[in-house]
Write a protein that binds this ligand. Structure first.
Ligand code: NDP
Ligand code: HSE
Length: 400
């Protein structure tokens, strides 16, 4: 019998208990051993909850119980959760977590601590919610040199953007719905300002390219400036707007960014709506593969954590290898990145073309401004032309 403790009985923590209980027999059959939750740590009581008798408030009960071999950290944050994770690993207990803030900040350090203590630190649910993405990178894609990753990596923002597009919904009201559905971070600024997607692309890039991409080095823009008017222009262009996280290797140099992008309807990411996420991984011999599923939410995220629990249970006493090494990977500047830009400006077409040259004009019926798509140009060139025009209201990058 494998005994598990869950730290944090919130959205994901309660989901982990539910998945393990709902599928207990099936899991036992597949693993060859029963996996049972022995403790759930939380600050609160949960009167009437079917698992209220599992609740403990003292983490030492878990840490000092040699029967517990797997700890699921679902508290979030990098405060007490970090201390508890270290305590568990130092005791030789495997830790499985959806906590991407922790993985982006301390991933290599915690993986080393795990190795030094003969156990594992696994984090399948930290990227893409319920989508299996880290395990494919660690198994089915080991033969590939990964040259690019591009994806919709945040469920909350994709849910907000989808409802803005389909219903013309108000940003703040939809964000409240995303919070009520359990999709958003404790501080939803992490979602809407792009920090969560930034941490995820840093984690995926570290796994794909082999050394640590510091999330603080990733250029990041969120969705707070996107408006329903932008969607009116996008519609005219046969496009939509998505928050993308991307990284790539070009001639031995690495680049990463998070930003809203306009996507044409032939993009494989165009139809990824609501809380769904999708991640496109390009291998040098394989080409593109895409991974799709619920990017946030109780049971999908919990399912991914339980996948880690099962791997630990099936490989007891073994160190599970990981492609993410401790060295740093430096990122190149993005000023030479080239693409089309969609722009809204308060100028006449003739003025716009005198600065930008040939553009594709877009009329979404919005008074006092016009929209246009530039030719392909570098970030640097775009910035200097936008400054020269002097009337740019906003710009959105176009996906290549
Ligand atoms: P919740 O806030 O719903 O759950 C966290 C739980 O941990 C709460 O019950 C909280 O109690 C409890 N907790 C906090 N601090 C302590 C402590 N010191 N001791 C004991 N219990 C504590 O968060 P989520 O479940 O949404 O998120 C958990 C983690 O999963 C985060 O890292 C998040 O980024 C990640 N994640 C979440 C996803 C989602 O869809 N929600 C998807 C993917 C990853 P209290 O409420 O009293 O503070
Ligand atoms: N807040 C995150 C999101 C949770 O919306 O994607 C899943 O990581």
């Amino acid at each position: 019998m494998v005994k598990v403790a869950v730290l944090g009985y919130g959205t994901v923590g309660s989901g982990i208990v539910e998945v393990l209980k709902t599928n207990q027999e099936l899991i036992e059959k597949r693993v060859g051993e029963k996996i049972d939750v022995k403790y759930v740590l939380d600050l609160r009581e949960f009167p009437g909850d079917p698992y209220e008798d599992l609740i403990v408030h003292d983490v030492d009960v878990i840490m000092n119980d040699p029967e517990v071999s797997i700890v699921c950290e679902a508290m979030g944050g990098i405060g007490a959760a970090y201390q508890f994770t270290k305590m568990a690993l130092e005791k030789g207990k495997n830790v499985c977590t959806p906590n991407k803030a922790m993985v982006a900040e301390y991933g290599p350090k915690l993986m080393k601590l795990a190795r030094d203590n003969g156990c594992n630190y696994l984090f399948e649910a930290s990227c893409g919610g319920g989508i299996p993405i880290i395990r494919p990178l660690q198994t089915a894609l080991l033969q590939e040199k990964i040259v690019a990753i591009k994806g919709i990596l945040n469920g909350t923002t994709n849910y907000i953007l989808t409802r803005m597009e389909k219903e013309g919904a108000d940003f703040d009201a939809v964000l409240k719905d995303a919070q009520a559905l359990g999709y958003a971070e404790a501080n939803p600024e992490a979602d809407v300002e792009g920090h969560d997607a930034c941490r995820k692309i840093a984690i995926l890039s570290s796994l794909a390219y082999g050394n640590t991409v510091n999330y603080k080095d990733v250029y990041t823009e969120g969705i707070t400036k996107i408006t329903v008017e932008d969607f009116a222009y996008a519609k005219k262009l046969g496009a939509t707007i998505k928050l993308l996280g991307m990284s790539q290797e070009v001639d031995g140099n690495y680049y990463a960014m998070v930003s809203p992008f306009m996507l044409k309807n032939d993009s494989p990411l165009y139809s990824v709506n609501d809380v769904m996420n999708a991640i496109l991984v390009t291998g040098n011999t394989l080409g593109d593969t895409m991974y799709y599923g619920a990017g946030a939410g109780k049971l999908p995220t919990a399912s991914a954590v339980v996948a880690d629990v099962i791997e630990c249970a099936m490989k007891q006493g073994q160190l599970i290898p990981c492609t993410w090494n401790e060295g740093d990977l430096s990122l190149g500047q993005m000023e030479n990145d080239k693409r089309h830009f969609f722009v809204r400006a308060k100028s006449e077409l003739s003025q716009i073309e005198s600065v930008f040259g040939k553009v594709e004009a877009v009329d979404a019926g919005i008074d006092g401004e016009m929209g246009f798509v530039t030719e392909v140009m570098s970030e640097k060139e775009f910035a200097s032309k936008a400054e020269a025009l002097g009337s740019v209201v906003s710009r959105i990058r176009f996906e290549n």
